[in-house]
Design a protein around this ligand. Structure first.
Ligand code: HEM
Length: 230
């Protein structure tokens, strides 16, 4: 049986550059200094931005693969950095700020956090293989529902006495979250451009292009096998 060896090619450093740039933009915008309340805003909005970018790349490459397929290799790193930032946000809310959030806004936040935790744990080839591509892919799709929950959480915490009060940075981030959800629904209606059957195919993109995994014959590379399609 013909075998292809693969090694993952995630753009950890490129994604870190994007994460640092967006963090600095938010930090400077809020002039956060060392104020835990302002820092919490920065962590929360930064988490929402990185997680949204992760999902946006998937939907945008469904419609414009030639432009966006190449950014698929940033998704895993952006998603993990976003999750770490969300963990920092939750820690800051609970410990330095000493809040005990309750109600629907907290429920939406915790539900989104739980889904992203599962996604973070399963975001590697070994676990994906163990779960099977079908289940792994379903977990990825639930991520869009979690992103919608982030939007709901955001909307509810910022709606005080029945009025949604947002500054321009918050408007940009909330609009990005909603755009990612709407594009995902549009992609769902349009149907898949290509039917993937494995974790590797999922990252292969259009025309056998491999933005996130590259074939390798090196001895040091982890051996991964894939059935060739007839
Ligand atoms: C993936 C998980 C989460 C994301 C992406 C997220 C994101 C956000 C965002 C974008 C805001 C609005 C920030 C602002 O501009 O003021 C926010 C606020 C807030 N979040 Fe979360 N959140 C998450 C989970 C949670 C959880 C689990 C809790 C509960 C402990 C929580 C508690 C809060 C609180 C109390 C606020 C209001 C903070 C303030 O008044 O300044 N969040 N969150």
């Amino acid at each position: 049986m013909p075998q292809t060896q693969y090694v993952e090619k995630t753009k950890w450093w490129g994604a870190l550059g994007i994460a640092i740039a967006t963090f600095l933009a938010l930090y400077l915008y809020f002039d956060a200094g060392l104020d835990p309340k302002l820092l919490n805003k920065v962590y929360a909005l930064h988490a929402a931005t990185l997680l949204t970018l992760t999902f946006l790349i998937g939907s945008l490459s469904r419609f414009w693969p030639k432009i966006f397929n190449r950014y698929k290799s940033y998704r895993k790193a952006l998603g993990l950095y976003g999750f770490l930032m969300a963990a920092g946000h939750v820690y800051t809310v609970l410990v330095p700020l000493g809040k005990s959030p309750s109600g629907y806004q907290a429920l939406a936040g915790w539900a989104a956090f739980a889904v992203f935790l599962v996604m973070a744990i399963t975001s590697n080839a070994k676990t994906a293989k163990r779960l099977g591509y079908g289940l792994w892919k379903r977990i990825q799709l639930v991520g869009y529902a979690a992103l919608l929950l982030v939007g709901v959480h955001f909307f509810l915490v910022e709606t005080r006495t029945g009025v949604l009060n947002l500054n321009s940075m918050q408007i940009v981030v909330l609009a990005l979250v909603l755009l990612a959800v709407v594009l995902r629904i549009a992609a769902f209606i349009a149907g898949p451009r290509q039917k993937f059957t494995s974790y590797y195919d999922h990252f292969n993109g259009e025309d056998g292009e491999a933005p996130n995994v590259k074939p390798t014959a090196g001895k040091t590379a982890k051996k991964k096998t894939r059935k060739k399609k007839p």
